[in-house]
Design a binder for this molecule. Sequence first.
Ligand code: SF4
Ligand code: SF4
Length: 321
Amino acid sequence: MSDKPKVAFYWCASCGGCEEAVVDLAEDILKVVEAVDIVMWPVAMDFKKSDIEARPDKSIVAAFINGAVRTSEQEEMARLLRRKSQVVVSFGACANSGGIPALANQFKREDILKYVYEDCPSVVNSEKVRPQTETQNEGRTLTLPEFRQMVRSLDQVIDVEYYLPGCPPTPKVIMAAVQALLSGKLPPKGTVLSPDIALCEECPRKDSKPADLALTEFKRPHQVLIDPEKCLLAQGLVCMGPATRSGCEALCPQGNMPCTGCFGPSSRVKDQGAKFVSSVFSNIAPKEEAEIDAVLDGIPDPIGTFYRYGLSKCLLKRKLS
Ligand code: SF4
Ligand code: SF4
């Protein structure tokens, strides 16, 4: 193999969208491939865990790991890549804060297993068989990863140098990160590699966002004919822009859809959902409790709305088993 810097990609609890995002670099991917040797990329190349184990510690310049951590196998691979890499980049919303997989933290582990293997209407399992971490079969031991109690972000399992936000990160933020790594001009450890301001600042609709939104109802996108120019929040749509970091160029608001918060919070915000609730709900026009409740009825799934990408980092964390 050449003496080019070595780079690894890995996916944990992930939908595969972050892997697609790398392919979405289009012709820019050729610049990446020209500059580095890829030593692991399960979605695209046939490297094995043993290939990584055989490498000297810290011999990989950067490991880009996407997906949250739910199983013992994901935890083991994250720890292995940490040992072998100089820099670990937490890639995408699931790795950064749990993402969609972390919505499972609303449910106890046992309730999830019971539903999936016993109660789900499409399941036939009269003997209530559950997957086992070890099974004996014809003199051989078969193993499966353990399903952990909760979904964790990558930095709740290993030390992480940098974060690429987004679901998935956009080609622009990925290329900026790759160029920073290759040039050696690295920001301080812990940096989220996108601008540290709220999305509203880069949204083309920002001039139509009133200081007092005076909200009288919340509507979902399919319930309203959306004005393509006006601030979405001012139209009663839950747009997470005020509590979300910029850097995506407001792709969703530009496409007439509210921001769902995938870039996570800015550095001044501890809890993205709580920040949104505190800043926007104070703009609800009615002041009587029953009337306020009627306005809030327009948000049928508050956790899925305010913590769609961040339940692992929510201050309340999860339901205890
Ligand atoms: S961040 Fe989004 S695109 Fe990436 S793995 Fe998670 S759900 Fe998929
Ligand atoms: S609330 Fe949404 S639509 Fe309004 S300015 Fe902010 S990002 Fe744009």
